[in-house]
Design a protein around this ligand. Structure first.
Ligand SMILES: C[S@@+](CC[C@H](N)C(=O)[O-])C[C@H]1O[C@@H](n2cnc3c(N)ncnc32)[C@H](O)[C@@H]1O
Length: 476
């Protein structure tokens, strides 16, 4: 690590301490140029709580709106619907990084200045993604960020900087791109206690409870009809808020995490009410200097690269897009009739599969065993999550491909006599459903269009399921 980075880390550690962060059993350390900084164990802690950060230090949309300088201007834009929660945070990051004397300076200074996600790829690097979904997603995202910057962000950031007496500071698209990448690679979906997010509601709730108590103490003991106070503004204990939590956000990702983070509303777990803490999930005590990984969720490499700018070798959470190329339909027999059939059934030409489900090719090797295996896979929901959870798709229990995709493939693979049979059957089905769905006496259709469409579609699917051959799809 260069000496300038060491100095930044030192200043950041002092800033964390001054803001009530407690590093009880860990330290922040430089890993390498690929991973940047990480969190490492530096002593054994009996309760497993290694790091505690007060929620007050989190950068959230509420925090932006409460900011004495940016708050009033941002609140007006927020209430007008000009900016949403995420844009609010990106604006704060952009402005705070540019402005002199930011309260967040030690934190912002230590954050990466460039990122590995495709938005930061050179043209040559981007060409390597050509033809993939990621390439298209990157192109679209870049376009929309640029247009957002030109139409809104540039002027808002200038206005906010002027409010702070920093009108001479120039802002450019890269500043906004940086804020966008910081947000997506570090923001957490935090389950905050409602009483923390809406303290005024907590006050109202306390008043209600007090009033109810007072009423109760005034009624005669014999009056057991008296009801408790009815006002209850608390409609649930948790409010999910996206935010950055300086300190916790230095944990790197591993699909087999040894720690997780939690929110402590009461202070019972960490000793600090309204805090977020990092707790060991390891069975045995951590070794000194062991890196403390968390899981950002069971994400495949495409998603990891898009959001965080890195990939994992042999990632067991990898997903593959399997698709039948639309252009290939023109080269098959009876392409016109089949195209019509595909349109009618709103055919799905592609599907997303967990890579591991293709370990035995397109068909499961031993359906009996793998059914049990897959059942447990489908039931598995990852507990640790950086910004979300992903359930296994329901069809993983039954087939390598989902049924709708199989129907598409069966349609494409039909032989001449099959196309003929399907066409005549459909004519019959159409005639029958029309006949039965008509009220001759008042000239009105009995069934809405979607019912006849469903009957039509189900008949087609049941007919097609008799065919077992299908063409090989391609994988990207
Ligand atoms: C939440 S931050 C973690 C702290 C970060 N390393 C830093 O220096 O600020 C997420 C970023 O860390 C890096 N990262 C996390 N886990 C990684 C891993 N397993 N391999 C490579 N880079 C990783 C990526 O750059 C990612 O965008």
């Amino acid at each position: 690590m260069a000496s300038s980075e060491e100095a930044k880390l030192e200043t950041f550690m002092q800033w964390l301490q001054a803001n009530g962060v407690e590093l009880r059993g860990c330290k922040i350390k430089w890993c390498d140029s690929k991973r940047g900084f990480g969190i490492f164990s530096d002593k054994d802690v009996s309760d497993g709580v290694m790091l505690v950060v007060p929620l007050d230090l989190a950068i959230t949309p509420m925090r932006v709106l409460q900011d004495p300088l940016l708050g009033p201007a941002c609140r007006a834009m927020f209430e007008e619907g000009d900016v949403d929660d995420r844009l609010l945070m990106m604006l704060l990051l952009t402005v705070e990084r540019l402005r002199k004397n930011s309260l967040w300076k030690p934190y912002l200074d230590i954050l990466p200045t460039t990122f590995g996600n495709p938005l930061w790829f050179s043209d040559d690097e981007l060409q390597e993604l050509r033809g993939t979904t990621l390439y298209r997603a990157t192109e679209l995202q870049k376009k929309s960020l640029l247009s957002l910057y030109e139409s809104k962000v540039k002027d808002i950031v200038k206005k906010l900087l002027t409010l702070d007496g920093n009108s001479e500071i120039e802002v450019c698209f890269e500043d906004f791109l940086w804020a966008n990448s910081v947000f997506w690679s570090r923001a957490l979906n935090i389950p905050m206690p409602r009483s923390y997010v809406f303290p005024e509601m907590q006050d109202a709730h306390d008043i209600c409870i007090r009033e109810a108590d007072e009423k109760r103490s005034h009624v005669k003991k014999s009056d057991n009809q008296t009801k408790e106070g009815t006002c209850n503004p608390m409609t649930g204990d948790t409010v999910w808020v996206e935010g950055l939590v300086p300190g916790i956000d230095f944990c790197n990702h591993d699909p087999k995490p040894i720690a997780t983070w939690e929110v402590d509303g009461t202070g019972l777990a960490s000793g600090v009410p309204f805090s977020m803490y990092l707790i060991s999930a390891a069975q045995s005590p951590l070794q000194i200097d062991q890196e403390i990984y968390i899981s950002y969720g069971n994400k495949g490499n495409e998603e990891l690269l898009y959001l965080y700018g890195f990939v994992i070798d042999d990632n067991t959470d990898d997903y593959l897009m399997v698709h039948y190329p639309a252009e290939a339909i023109n080269t098959i027999s009876f392409s016109e009739s089949k195209t019509q059939l595909l349109e009618v059934q709103k055919a799905e030409m592609r599907c997303l599969l967990p890579k591991t489900s293709l370990d035995n090719g397109f068909f499961p090797l031993n359906t009996q065993n793998s059914e049990e295996n897959n059942k447990s896979k489908a039931d598995k929901v990852c507990n640790y999550s950086w910004s979300g959870q992903r359930k296994m798709p329901s069809y993983v229990n039954k087939l390598v491909f989902p049924e709708k995709f199989m129907t598409t493939l069966r349609t494409i693979a039909m032989q001449e006599d099959e196309v003929f049979k399907v066409s005549s059957m459909l004519e019959e089905v159409q005639y029958t459903t029309f006949y039965f769905s008509y009220f001759p006496w008042n000239d009105r259709l009995l069934a809405p269009a979607f019912v006849t469409e469903t009957i039509f579609y189900l008949s087609l699917v049941s007919f097609l399921s008799r065919f077992s051959t299908f063409p090989t799809p391609s994988i990207s």
